[in-house]
Each structure stands twice: as structure tokens, then as C-alpha cells.
Design a protein. Structure first.
Length: 163
């Protein structure tokens, strides 16, 4: 049986096969799964916000892993320390919903869309191909990432799908 590890909000987890990495209740947050297909090591980041530079100075002790630009780079660096290589890595993402449609309609306040763009940008900077995504819309998701296969199961109120 596979070990199940939770990527709580603003955190990431890394595990070797066999493990299931889980991000619960993704609304505007993004679950970013990075997988090394040779080593069967996977990481899941539960990204809450797009950019750390939006955070005001003087917040020592703040969890910086809630930001896309910090969490993904840190997770990938830790995966590299475990023997993963960029040319064997790929990524899948889910989440980024616009949870307050009809209430908040400005582009700036659509955190889901901004999180999606920031995660994609960070993956591109790192040279990690994004091979599948299930983002946007207005429904929350729960993601389960299997480090044995690299597959992601996504559960919504409308059912299940796999990437």
C-alpha cells in the first residue's frame, strides 16, 4: 500500500515511489505536481499566491512556500538533491479556479488565474515541461498524485478525471 502525504496549503511534499501526494480543497490555489519519470520521485506544491514580491517587507517568519515563485523552485531544488534531473522531469497542474465569479470580476482579484500564470511561468523558467493541466473554471478540486505512475486523479463536485 502506498504512503499518503498531504501537501497542506502553502507547503510542498516530496516522496519516492510508492507514495500518493495529496492537495485537498484547491479553489484558487494550484496543485503543482513535478515528477521524475526515471527516479519515480514526485513533489506536490500547494500554491496559494502568485508572487512573493507582493508580500510586504518585514514579515519574518512568514511561510514563503505559499508563493508560486518560491515553492516550485524550492521543491525542484530539493528533488535535485535527491538525484532527480531536469531532463527527466515533467509537471502537471490543477486548480486555479475563479471562486468568487459574480462577486469579484477584476483581473487583479482573480487569484486563480494569476496563480495559474505564475506556476506556468516558474515551470518555464526552470525548463520543466507542463504536460497536462486542469485549471480555471469555478469549481474546487482535490488532487491525488501517484509517484509510481506520474498520474494525477482530480476530484470535483462533478466527478473524477485523470491526467
Amino acid at each position: 500500500m502506498s504512503e499518503e502525504l498531504m501537501a497542506d496549503m502553502g507547503r510542498y511534499v516530496i516522496a519516492h515511489n510508492p507514495a500518493i501526494l495529496i492537495a485537498l480543497g484547491l479553489g484558487s490555489c494550484i496543485g503543482c505536481a513535478v515528477w521524475d519519470r526515471e527516479k519515480h520521485i514526485g513533489g506536490m506544491a500547494h500554491v496559494m499566491l502568485p508572487e512573493s514580491r507582493e508580500c510586504s517587507k518585514g514579515n519574518e517568519g512568514l511561510n514563503m512556500n505559499k508563493f508560486a515563485d518560491i515553492a516550485i523552485a524550492a521543491m525542484v531544488q530539493e528533488m535535485k538533491q535527491k538525484g532527480c534531473t531536469f531532463n527527466h522531469m515533467n509537471a502537471k497542474i490543477a486548480g486555479g479556479a475563479h471562486m468568487f465569479r459574480g462577486v469579484i470580476e477584476t483581473e487583479t482579484m482573480d487569484i486563480g488565474k494569476r496563480n495559474d500564470a505564475a506556476v506556468r511561468e516558474e515551470l518555464q523558467k526552470l525548463g520543466i515541461p507542463l504536460i497536462a493541466h486542469d485549471t480555471g473554471g469555478s469549481v474546487g478540486r482535490t488532487v491525488r498524485f501517484d509517484t509510481a505512475t506520474g498520474k494525477i486523479s482530480i476530484k470535483t463536485k462533478d466527478g473524477m478525471k485523470e491526467l
